[in-house]
Design a protein around this ligand. Sequence first.
Ligand code: AMP
Ligand code: MG
Length: 426
Amino acid sequence: MTYPIPDDVNTMIPYQQALELVLSQVSTLEAEEVPLVESVGRVAAADLCSDVDISPFDHAAMDGFAMKASSLASACADNPVQLKVIAEVPAGSVYEGPIAADECVRIMTGAPLPAEADAVVKYEIVDYLKGDGREGSVVAFTKPAEAHENVRNKGEEIAAGQVAIHRHEVITAAGVGFLASCGIATVPVFRRPKVGVISIGSELVDITCKPEAGTIRDGNSHALCACVAQAGGTFHRCPTVPDDLQALTDVVLAATEECDFVLTSGGASNGDYDFIKPVVEANGTLLMTLVNMRPGKAQTFGIVNGTPVFGLPGNPAAAYCGFEILARQALRKMQGFTNFQRPQVKARMASFRKKKDPRVIFLRATLQRRDDGDLWVTPAKNQSSGLFGTMQQANCLAIMPAGTNPVEEGAWVDCVLLHVEEGTVL
Ligand code: AMP
Ligand code: MG
């Protein structure tokens, strides 16, 4: 741990420390076996070895003629070497007969190189003296061939018993093909975390309801379920809970029994009706309550029943930002990913920005490359933490560092790329 744990859980901590704390409380989950194609995007939970050499035999890399390279040693434009075509080998067949010095075999891409041949010359540079190049023809070569020319060697990619994909490697679509060649039909991958998502607030009604006086639709649980799915987890949307200590206790306890991680939103401040902190404190260990960030400094985290519980703020953009900056990485770690960081780029601020709030501010913003070749970042006009729409339109979070120094127009700032997977090299 880089940061000392504060004595008082109500101390406001830097977001980097909050992240470190959350990550320290989760471990990679156990392995599960999935059908090969479903392993794409997942993390290998074991070293995956091939049961064969790949390729399993020397084979032609092109359609052409196979012969002993030595047969063509004297070939030149003035004195072409003539060879008789004595057989044809399509892919999937084998030619096991002899090949004399004045003979060759017509061969197709992927067909095994005959035992007595060591080179393949492509059709395009061969002249047909008699016949059409098939069995019984005579063909002429005007250049020597190198041994192994146009031949893919047995075991060129991997030898039987070697590791094709290592434990903790992310399996790509190409990796799925590689594993298929290695004879691996089901793959051990780290399990996806099951994440319980709870919206807290007596004002919340379901999507299907038209909100009446004093109520609003619950947007957060849907957004957070979508965030969980995008992070690779599975979600369990729990019933929405009113601002009531007992009701929240019941739903949180049930969720911690059933899930690997619990996300709540709302009721995370110190108001009369904010109950997530007392629930975590009374039923487990409260580890964090305040983070030096905006939007959303009220970020609660603790352990209940051995399960991490993350209490995000209720304001939609604050909840989203809290998930992106502090919770998503934990879900990635649980799945065995080793690179937790969304890629960041430096971009130039499109307009001067004052900074009255000394917290680190994550501005919902849009990155664009301008004609000058630089990346420029334009923050959404309305940065209210109550808005979903500006989050939908943003493609990054521009970071304004702690303190009250303004950011000049054209100054370089760090931007977290949303929608770009961790580990992407830009
Ligand atoms: P709270 O964190 O509970 O004080 O809520 C802050 C603001 O976010 C209030 O205006 C709530 O009505 C709103 N809010 C809380 N939960 C949700 C939710 N699930 N969906 C949309 N807005 C919410
Ligand atoms: Mg509330």
